[in-house]
Design a protein around this ligand. Structure first.
Ligand code: PMP
Length: 403
């Protein structure tokens, strides 16, 4: 069960912070902590099977290749994909979105075509489309959002060729209406790209049921290591996508003048892939599945509900995002009147509480909210209601110190 029962799986949670205070880690939207099975599996890989993949004929190379490919199969099951051939390993969500923008959009779109994003996007799901639009001559449009992160009416036109949106806002936690967005985009024949960086650790995902074309997430936010992420792409869309990293491991035949590339995911994985990281990713996804994503959803919702109730009572504290806990995921963002978000985060740090403050790589959204930044508390399956209470008491204290 999520909550206190899993805490002993996460070694870092037992360390102390300033003045021997216990760690209250509420910066999970930036990166999650890693459970012991993930750490152990990565160490064992290096101790027992380390070798480069695909190219060797010796036993270690075979074992390393099996590890990499078994992580691909686990990621396919985690996402409800048809086949592991639809799973491309990238460095993370950012690289995955750049691959689709460069390898698909910049090459296949042209003047008169339209790319649509939302006003809530993380820069990783905005900047690549800005450049793809500039390179292809397509236009880029953003569906506006209300201050709580709700999307106004959105319509896609006959020239809308690609729609890219996040599943959950990393800055204010809003759950986007991804089924509605996908259906509306598909009705126009547009390609749908989902940034699942903030949903993969918190919600069950099923790419076939969603009906999207591409979906990306990062292992490090989902209990896995840094340095690896997943781009899922429908087989026919991946076949239309040009690789942007060329080199060893992704070629069929090379002459001094030209080269032909492999089919399938390896076409996009030039160079040595993140092998130990893939082992960590596999074990992290297995850990999440064993806990059960349905249980994770209930746990997150209870924490969000508790945090909204408790923080909602603090005078001079402004909460951002939807008031309904069912319409947000594991993130509660706020500002205390008269206190700079960074100063508030530093105050919380002195009490052992890790949160993040700033624009959260979502500057257009901050402009829409009318502030330069917010403080963000974000939860994972090991957080507890007691920790929400520690946060609320520290904010009470900060409020009392304010003029
Ligand atoms: N999209 C969203 C919604 C995110 O929250 C993040 C990470 N903050 C990213 C994309 C980028 O992820 P990464 O830095 O792991 O590539």
């Amino acid at each position: 069960m999520p909550g206190p029962a899993v805490r002993h799986d996460f070694p870092i949670l037992s360390r102390t912070m300033h003045a021997e205070r216990p760690l209250v880690y509420l910066d999970n939207a930036a990166t999650s902590q890693k459970p012991r099975p993930v750490l152990d599996a990565m160490t064992s890989f290096y101790e027992e099977s380390n070798a480069n993949v695909h190219r060797g004929v010796h036993l270690l190379a075979e074992e390393a290749t099996e590890e990499l490919e078994s992580a691909r199969a686990t990621a396919a099951v985690f996402l409800g994909a048809r086949s592991e051939n639809e799973i491309v390993f990238t460095k993370g969500t950012t690289e995955a979105l750049n691959l689709v923008a460069e390898g698909w959009a910049a090459r296949r779109l042209g003047p008169g075509d339209e790319i649509v994003v939302t006003a809530l996007e993380h820069h990783a799901n905005l900047l690549p489309w800005q450049r793809a639009a500039a390179r292809s001559g397509a236009t880029l449009r953003a569906v506006p959002a209300t201050p709580s992160g709700d999307l106004g009416d959105f319509t896609f036109g006959p020239r809308t060729r690609l729609v890219a949106f996040s599943h959950v806002s990393n800055a204010i936690g809003t759950l986007l209406p991804i089924a509605r967005l996908t259906t509306a985009a598909k009705d126009r024949g547009a390609v749908v790209v989902i940034d699942a960086a903030q949903s993969a650790p918190h919600l069950p995902l099923d790419v076939e049921a969603l009906g999207c074309d591409f979906l990306a997430f990062s292992a490090h936010k989902a209990l896995g290591p840094t340095g690896i992420g997943v781009l899922w792409g429908k087989a026919d869309r991946l076949a239309e996508t040009e690789p942007f990293v060329l080199g060893g491991g992704m070629v069929r035949e090379v002459t001094l003048e030209s080269a032909t590339f492999l089919d399938g995911p390896r076409r996009f994985e030039g160079g040595t892939p993140p092998i130990a990281e893939a082992v960590g990713l596999r074990v992290a996804l297995e850990y999440l599945r064993r806990i059960g994503m349905d249980r994770v959803v209930l746990h997150d919702r209870a924490l969000v509900r508790g945090a909204l109730d408790r923080l909602g009572q603090i005078r001079d504290l402004t909460l951002y995002g939807p008031a309904d806990p069912e319409r947000r995921v594991a993130i509660v963002s706020f500002n205390l009147r008269g206190v700079h978000p960074h100063d508030l985060a530093a105050f919380l740090d002195q009490r052992g509480i890790c949160v993040r403050a700033g624009n959260h790589c979502a500057q257009p959204l901050m402009s829409a909210l009318g502030c330069a930044g917010v403080v963000r508390a974000s939860f994972a399956l090991y957080n507890t209601m007691e920790e929400v209470d520690v946060l609320a008491r520290a904010l009470d204290e900060a409020r009392e110190l304010c003029p």
